[in-house]
Design a protein around this ligand. Structure first.
Ligand code: ZN
Length: 91
């Protein structure tokens, strides 16, 4: 990796390693390191869905985000809750 200039500062870039098979592993390690050393670590959350263990950084205003993705896990939870509530009404 090396530091390269951008329009508004500097960034890390991967150099001469596009054909390396282990590049994806190094990118994952780099991302994990960035996350663990970030100031937002206190807002790191695990998705609340029973069948999902994705991690995300909760940047919501009230710091109460539950799902890794509202379109996926959040909607599945809402649909399941709606089904269970409507099932109780009919019983
Ligand atoms: Zn999820």
């Amino acid at each position: 990796m090396q530091i390269a200039p951008t329009a508004d500062g500097f960034t890390w870039t991967w150099v001469n390693c596009e054909d390396r098979l282990d590049l994806i592993l190094w990118k994952i390690i780099y991302s994990a390191g960035e996350l663990l050393t970030a100031t937002v670590l206190s807002r790191l959350r695990e998705c609340a869905a029973d069948d999902c263990s994705f991690l995300f950084v909760d940047l919501s205003r009230n710091n109460r985000r539950c799902w890794c993705d509202m379109e996926d896990c959040g909607n599945r939870f809402k649909a399941k809750r709606h089904y269970e509530r409507s099932k109780k009404k009919t019983v």
